[in-house]
Design a protein around this ligand. Structure first.
Ligand code: DGL
Length: 280
């Protein structure tokens, strides 16, 4: 029995983000696990989360996760670093017990941090993320647990999500902000050899970031890392794997106008989709 009275029947994998960024994770997950069903939920009406307080991000994320449970998901991926940084631990430690101890919520920070150890050569890591993720120090804390000897410099890029959400990511105006943030990060540690894009929106700015970052520095995008880690998770948790439906279908939900969502989501995914508006 679960307090939320959620159906025990198998269901889709839930993928949640404040807006469009999680689509960069979903598309990589679907490449390696195409057979499963997915529900993508973007809380576009309340995005961006990056500059919101801890309490609010936790409250909004919990509402979204509960809604995905209600829609049949047994497993929800927080495809959002800000939500992973500010809400995941509370949801895992406090809310799942109450809602349904059999369901699982996973984030994107831990798998990214695990992968970084295989990428860096000198242990000097740079992180680009939202102000909320940087203030939470989640990357610094998680990296210190695995690699206490690493030097971690995290830099907040408050303009990058609005640039992406407003379709400016491939326009010339974005160059200025990207260059400014890359220079600021490199000024804090000139030995950085690996930079993590610690926000799921940032892959949309990748060409501009690549052009601004000095050659030889590895730029880590999270999509395939999170996807591979999900494959591994399902292999280790056959009981969860059995609770997933398989017809290769994805449903797109947004808290904003669905036509607006569909048109930008198409840009992120490279193919047309239809979205439905819901309230959480
Ligand atoms: N995509 C989210 C992340 O990975 C943040 C976007 C936002 O600020 O809402 O952090």
């Amino acid at each position: 029995m679960n307090a939320g009275n959620f159906s025990a029947a198998p269901g889709p994998v839930g993928v949640f983000d404040s807006g469009y960024g999680g689509l960069t994770i979903l598309s990589e997950i679907r490449k390696v696990l195409p057979g499963y069903d997915y529900i993508y939920l973007g809380d576009n009406a309340r995005a961006p989360y990056g500059s919101r307080s801890f309490d609010i991000v936790y409250e909004f994320t919990l509402e979204a996760v509960t809604e995905l449970f209600r829609r049949g998901c047994h497993l929800v991926i927080l495809a959002c670093n800000t939500a992973s940084a500010k809400a995941l631990r509370n949801i895992q430690q406090l809310d799942l017990q109450r809602l349904d101890p059999e369901r699982r919520v996973l984030g994107v920070i831990r798998p990214t941090v695990e992968a970084v150890g295989d990428i860096t050569r000198n242990g000097h890591i740079g992180i680009f993320a939202t102000p909320g993720t940087v203030a939470s120090e989640s990357y610094n804390i998680e990296i210190a647990k695995l690699h206490p000897e690493y030097a971690v410099s995290a830099h907040a890029c408050p303009m990058w999500v609005p640039l992406v959400e407003n379709r400016e990511s491939d326009r010339p105006g974005a160059d200025y902000f990207v260059r400014q943030d890359v220079d600021a990060l490199m000024d804090t540690d000139s030995e950085i050899d690996t930079i993590v894009l610690g926000c799921t929106h940032y892959p949309l700015l990748y060409p501009k970031i690549r052009a601004a970052v000095p050659e030889g520095i590895e730029i880590v995008r999270q999509g395939d890392i999170v996807a591979r880690s999900l494959v591994d998770y399902l292999r280790r948790h056959p009981e969860m794997e059995r609770s997933l439906t398989r017809s290769g279908h994805t449903q797109y939900l947004t808290t904003e106008n669905p036509d607006k969502f569909s048109s930008l989501a198409t840009l992120f995914l490279g193919h047309a989709i239809e979205a439905e508006r819901i309230e959480v």
